[in-house]
Design a protein around this ligand. Structure first.
Ligand code: 6PG
Length: 234
């Protein structure tokens, strides 16, 4: 399916463009709009933009249903929690019914939290999935060499952060690839080389983000100029 790459001069312009792309897609949809948020630090700015005007008024929040592509197995109020980051930047600032925010229940052990989340997401389809890119080529919590990469049956599985061994819960590759729209948001010069490898080298399990290939929708890569600085001229 088509892969579209757009480059913006700086992180602020990137955040505004990512928020606008989401708002346009949500506004054009009919019925429930199922979204999986990404974690880490990059999306904080775009989530904050979505919480501000015009997006706060433009997005049909009453039809939006929030899920998480992955979560660290820490309490929801822990500084490492993806839920906490999204709640601080966006969720508590927009008119979303709490019942439409589906947090990973990290109060349970990782395997049980993953099983419960698979029930929570009910099926593989998302209208929109935000993703980031780690310095080792991971996305969501699909790390190089992880058994989670090869999971083809489960919707959600447990994983482990390579260095810290911190347990995580992540949706699987088939769920991501079933999304109608996948939006990677990548910023910063430190991501330039891994981004070049993911976008320009053959897909490999050693670069999990390179395995993301939407089956039915499109993949949109929104980058700032620093992250895109190693890409071949197009
Ligand atoms: C997470 C994310 C992860 C993230 C990348 C990039 O839970 O950490 O889901 O996949 O998107 O690690 O993180 P940064 O945006 O912090 O560089």
């Amino acid at each position: 399916m088509p892969r579209i790459i757009k480059v913006f001069p700086d992180p602020e312009a990137l955040a505004a463009a990512a928020a606008g792309a989401f708002a346009d897609a949500a506004g054009a949809s009919t019925g429930a709009f199922r979204v999986a948020l990404s974690g880490g630090s990059t999306p904080r700015a775009l989530y904050a933009r979505l919480a501000q005007e015009p997006f706060r008024s433009v997005v049909p929040w009453s039809r939006v249903e929030i899920f998480f592509g992955d979560e660290r197995c820490v309490p929801a109020d822990h500084s490492d929690s993806n839920f906490r980051m999204a709640d601080e930047a966006l969720l508590r600032h927009v008119p979303l019914e709490p019942s439409r925010i589906h947090r990973v229940r990290t109060e349970f052990p990782p395997e049980e939290a993953a099983r419960r989340y698979a029930d929570e997401i009910r099926g593989p389809h998302f209208d929109w999935i935000f993703l980031g890119l780690g310095l080792d080529g991971h996305t969501a919590s699909l790390f190089p060499g992880s058994p989670a990469i090869g999971e083809k049956t489960k919707l959600v599985t447990s994983a482990e952060t390579p260095e810290t061994k911190l347990p995580r819960v992540t949706v699987t590759v088939p769920v991501i690839n079933a999304a109608a729209k996948i939006l990677f948001v990548v910023a910063g010069a430190e991501k330039s080389e891994i981004l070049r490898r993911v976008l320009e080298e053959p897909a490999t399990r050693e670069l999990p983000a390179s395995l993301i290939a939407s089956q039915e929708g499109e993949i949109l890569w929104l980058l700032d100029a620093a992250a895109a600085s190693a890409l071949s001229p197009r």
